[in-house]
Design a protein around this ligand. Structure first.
Ligand code: DQA
Length: 138
């Protein structure tokens, strides 16, 4: 099984950025834990602060991988183009968020990508990604 994890803008700063909200662990440290927990799964990881690069990666893996776990960061709330990219591919995409976007500012409550995704997981810290892996496995 092959799973693509895509992190969007500012998520390269996990561990440093607002640790009270996003935690103190870097994503690469967490990714190592995921790989250890699921040795049978091949994980590909991609992070970009650039909307078009995220779209390109969805196109590149969206016809051959078993699942895409996408934390589009702030593009979640703004990007029709990422919505359209998700709709354009065959691979199911799970929207994830580290924080509970519904308990924060009003503008985070709207997702422009959720309706194109298979499901949404938010608010469980980095464990949101593991829950998404379980969803794809099942
Ligand atoms: C986030 C929530 C978004 O609103 C925010 O812009 C992010 C991170 C999360 O994982 O909680 O960059 O997607």
């Amino acid at each position: 099984m092959k799973i693509q994890i895509i992190n969007g803008p500012n998520l390269n700063l996990l561990g440093v950025r607002e640790p009270g909200i996003y935690g103190a662990s870097s994503f690469l440290t967490y990714l190592d834990e995921l790989k250890t927990k699921y040795p049978e799964i091949e994980f590909a990881y991609f992070q970009s602060n650039i909307e078009g690069e995220i779209i390109n990666r969805i196109h590149e893996t969206g016809f051959s991988f078993d699942g895409i776990i996408l934390n589009a960061g702030a593009y979640t709330h703004t990007s029709v183009a990422i919505h359209d990219a998700i709709k354009a591919v065959n691979t199911p995409v799970i929207e994830v968020h580290i924080s509970n976007v519904h308990s924060r500012e009003e503008f985070r409550r709207q997702s422009l990508i959720a309706s194109a995704c298979k499901g949404v997981i938010a608010g469980f810290g980095l464990d949101s990604y593991r829950l998404a892996v379980e969803a794809i496995k099942n």
